[in-house]
Design a protein around this ligand. Structure first.
Ligand SMILES: [Zn+2]
Length: 297
């Protein structure tokens, strides 16, 4: 793990996920906190070694690989934690994630793990989108919804920290069915990013890129292929679970724990609601089971 400077005032830390670090003189703001306390401790040590002083911690979204170290950092340095309005409740009440993934019922105990449930952390400042002064830093808060409802990117001095708005091709290939909550929002976010012009784009998972166009196209094509795959299977009605089984088989993915199953089911449901809401498929009932079926027209 190290601090990699992209310019005098922007850097990232390879801490399992890429964390952002923006600097102004000796002051700095950290963007995301890593998955757990041991990671956060190393990050704080690195920042200290560079003689930088943290003024705040921005959390791009509520997922545990980004927020697991947040409470430790906040309590160690007594600095404000900052997020969007939409992500705040999930950061402050992290049990909500396994709860909603399990369909709004008490989840399996095994789903209360460090990948789905970070330690709770109170959020002190909620960000509105747009250019603003944040603790003395001239940042631009860029809404990047789709992966989560209120995910934000932070632009500062020519660098855009992307959170999980773009995945590297190897991450897409490895996961097969990455986490999405809103496909329409993902497509809108990809369109917006492809037209943007920053010097550096820092995804949380993958390498820094200077031109986002190719990466946005890879992500868009990946989603379109997934939608086509779903539509292909829905010439016949399928339940969600049947359809998930077929897609995982086609993508050669093996699931062996409830967390992975429910994360992938949620992504599939995002694809299904998008296809219903855009008139491509519909809900039918077969033997009292809710099924999805492609519209004939
Ligand atoms: Zn995420």
């Amino acid at each position: 793990m190290d601090i990699h400077f992209l310019s005098k005032e922007t850097a990232y830390i390879d801490a399992g996920v890429n964390l952002g670090l923006i600097c102004s003189g000796e002051k700095s703001i950290l963007i995301d906190a890593g998955i757990e306390v041991s990671v956060a401790k190393k990050v704080l040590k690195l920042i200290n070694e560079k003689n930088l002083k943290l003024s705040g911690l921005i959390l791009t979204h509520a997922h545990a690989d980004h927020t697991g170290g947040a409470a430790y950092i906040k309590n160690s340095l007594n600095i404000p934690v900052i997020s969007s309005f939409q992500e705040k409740p999930f950061i402050e009440h992290p049990h909500l994630e396994p709860f909603y993934l399990f369909g709004g019922a008490t989840p399996l105990k095994t789903m209360e793990n460090k990948f789905l449930q970070a330690p709770p952390c109170s959020v002190d400042i909620c960000l509105e989108p747009g250019k603003q002064d944040l603790l003395g830093f001239a940042v631009d808060v860029i809404p990047l919804p789709g992966h989560t409802p209120g995910q934000i990117g932070i632009a500062y001095e020519g660098t855009l920290y992307l959170a999980d708005a773009l995945f590297a091709p190897e991450i897409l290939a490895k996961h097969g069915l990455p986490y999405f909550v809103d496909i329409g929002a993902v497509l809108h976010t990809l369109g917006k990013l492809s037209e943007s012009s920053y010097d550096f784009y820092v995804p949380s998972h993958g390498s820094v890129v200077e031109n986002p166009v190719e990466l946005t196209l890879v992500n868009k094509k990946f989603l379109e292929e997934l939608l086509d795959m779903v539509l292909g299977h829905l010439k016949e009605p399928h339940t969600t679970t049947e359809l998930l089984g077929k897609i995982l088989r086609e993508k050669n993915i093996t699931i062996n724990n409830p967390s992975s199953f429910y994360l992938m089911q949620a992504s599939l449901q995002a694809l299904l609601s998008y296809l219903v809401n855009t008139g491509k498929i519909n809900v039918v009932y077969c033997d009292n089971l809710l099924c999805w079926h492609r519209n004939q027209s």
